[in-house]
Design a protein around this ligand. Structure first.
Ligand code: C5P
Length: 222
């Protein structure tokens, strides 16, 4: 049985992680959330009081940083220098700072090298912004997942409430749009649909429907 590599890219809060997790579970593959790595570094930089816009200062953290993604039954645990940061990297200060950190070329080079290593064996569903374009340009299946900004804000709002966080859907829509703009306009590997990625607009799709669509596409590749 051939184990393929599935790359899922798209803008913020399009449902990538929820759907990727489900697809990985059904296929018996490993789910890898690459955004968590950029988030973990952002958290570390914030803790250190570093100006996130300063490439040199952020990049100086990398040699002393260990980020481990541990696949588990319920998704992924994120360890930063041995500390479980799975929950804290989802908080607003990290979410609103991560695009500045991920724009630095040295940060991307470091993360992409790690991610390539993780995808080497196949049998992975990897989600992010540049998986199909930079991390695994030869992935057997590439999906570009989108949804309207309003729908994405609505989903993130429900997620926040479920986590017990304060949440305002209109503010979320503004923050999501701003993060997409920064991610799409950065110089190094901006968020862009790979030419050979299948476009999946999930605005009117359930999680199940989106997962079924991807599993159907994967079935044609193995
Ligand atoms: O997917 P998630 O929303 O957790 O990603 C957080 C941020 O990490 C993105 O807004 C983007 O700035 C960055 N990112 C990236 N490349 C990836 C994954 C995430 O630049 N492959």
């Amino acid at each position: 049985d051939m184990k393929i590599r599935i790359a899922i890219d798209g803008p913020a809060a399009a449902g990538k992680s929820t759907i990727a997790k489900l697809v990985a579970g059904r296929l018996g593959y490993t789910y890898i959330d690459t955004g968590a790595m950029y988030r973990a570094l952002t958290y570390k930089a914030l803790q250190a009081g570093i100006d996130l816009e300063k490439a040199g200062e952020v990049e100086a953290l990398l040699p002393g940083t260990q980020i481990i993604l541990e696949p588990g039954a319920d998704g992924q645990t994120v360890l930063l220098d041995g500390e479980d940061v799975t929950a804290v990297i989802r908080t607003a200060p990290v979410t609103n700072g991560v695009s500045a950190v991920s724009a630095h070329a040295g940060v991307r080079a470091y993360m992409v090298a790690e991610q390539r290593r993780m995808a080497r064996e196949g049998g992975v569903v990897m989600d992010g912004r540049d998986i199909g374009t930079a991390v695994i340009p030869d992935a057997e299946l590439k999906v570009f997942m989108t949804a309207s900004v309003e729908e994405r804000a609505r989903r993130r709002h429900l997620e926040n409430l479920a986590r017990g966080f304060d949440s305002d859907p209109e503010q979320l829509a503004r923050e999501i749009a701003l993060r997409d703009k920064k991610d799409s306009e950065r110089k190094v590997s901006p968020l862009i649909r790979a030419e050979d990625a299948v476009l999946l607009d999930t605005t009117d799709m359930s999680i199940e429907e989106a997962a079924d669509a991807i599993i159907g596409l994967a079935g044609k590749k193995v």
